[in-house]
Design a binder for this molecule. Structure first.
Ligand code: NDP
Length: 286
């Protein structure tokens, strides 16, 4: 039976460290880290994510400033707000909750954030820095996955990792971080042939697809570590439930270690957002 990688427990430790450092920064520099959170429109899932981020920020002593804009907000209005936040020295992190309504250009908005305040790590300069081996502002979800992996493997060097999914927010930065940790990395996606066979050779499988229970037990090498990023809502026994991209009940019998959904990668993502905000505040006020 696989060891459970408990995201709630590991994230609690990360958050405790952040809270301690927030206190130190306040005591020695008089600085309280502040995160501006921009939510455009009424997307229910985005509202839940933003609420959770703001709640956790308060718990670790980080100020959050919420900007709720109506769905019809223009690109110019949003750009103007971001420019104001870029200039505001009391704001250390800027987060624009994605997805944005279709009429807004995510690319343009993300590029307009001061890279030093880009706590999501999505700005092209931060993407480029990670790709060239300098991890300054690292996207939160892959960063959380790395912290969990390091709990299991003291040294990741030489491990064969398969990342399923090549999105800019999870798959690609995940692969970059694994490469930086000296793993041998393969990225699989919807056009990849024979994913099962690739995964069967892997010491580490990261599933970031968005397809409920896609990764089956016979895809996994006995003893491998499985990190499940997916969040999927499914109907089970007439109830709406959350599940990952991995067939957890079957895979936990084969894997060496595995993350659950919920309670795995999700809590780590928020913890890493607050860690990035703290680090941005430290750099901006040093
Ligand atoms: P995207 O939809 O942006 O990317 C999904 C990726 O999966 C794509 O690269 C796609 O390939 C690939 N894919 C789709 N179908 C298959 C298939 N049948 N076989 C192999 N690959 C496939 O999703 P995200 O990266 O944004 O998110 C992935 C999952 O992670 C989602 O469930 C999301 O909700 C969850 N998530 C969880 C977070 C957390 O904090 N726990 C944070 C962020 C996301 P292609 O590029 O070829 O289309």
């Amino acid at each position: 039976m696989a060891q459970l990688i408990d995201g709630k427990q590991i994230s609690a430790q990360v958050l405790a460290d952040v809270a301690r450092d927030v206190e130190i920064l306040k005591a020695y520099n008089g600085v309280i880290p502040a995160l501006a959170v921009i939510l455009v429109g009424e997307d229910p899932a985005s509202q839940v994510y933003v609420r959770n981020k703001i709640k956790r920020a308060a718990e670790v002593g980080i100020i959050s400033i919420e900007h709720r804009l109506e769905a019809g907000t223009s690109q110019i209005t949003l750009n103007t707000l971001i420019e104001e936040l870029n200039q505001d020295s009391s704001v250390h992190g800027i987060l624009v909750q994605l997805p944005l309504p279709d009429h807004l250009s995510e690319e343009e908005i993300i590029s307009s954030i001061n890279p030093k305040k880009d706590v999501d790590g999505f700005h092209p300069l931060n993407v480029g820095a990670l790709a060239s081996g300098r991890s300054v502002q690292v996207p939160c979800t892959p960063q959380g996955c790395m912290i969990m992996l390091q709990q299991i493997h003291k040294d990741l060097s030489g491990k064969f990792a398969v990342v399923i999914g090549r999105s800019n927010i999870v798959g690609k930065p995940m692969a970059a971080l694994l490469l930086l940790a000296n793993c041998t990395v393969t990225i699989a996606h919807s056009r990849t042939r024979d994913i099962e066979n690739l995964c069967r050779q892997a010491d580490i499988v990261i599933a970031a697809v968005g397809r409920a229970k896609m990764v089956k037990a016979n895809w996994i090498k006995p003893g491998a570590t499985v990190i499940d990023v997916g969040i999927n809502a499914v109907d089970e026994d007439g109830k709406r439930k959350l599940c990952g991209d991995v067939d957890f009940e079957a895979v936990e019998l084969i894997a060496g270690a595995i993350t659950p959904v919920p309670g795995g990668v999700g809590p780590m993502t928020i913890a890493c957002l607050l860690l990035n905000t703290l680090n941005a505040a430290k750099r901006l006020t040093a």
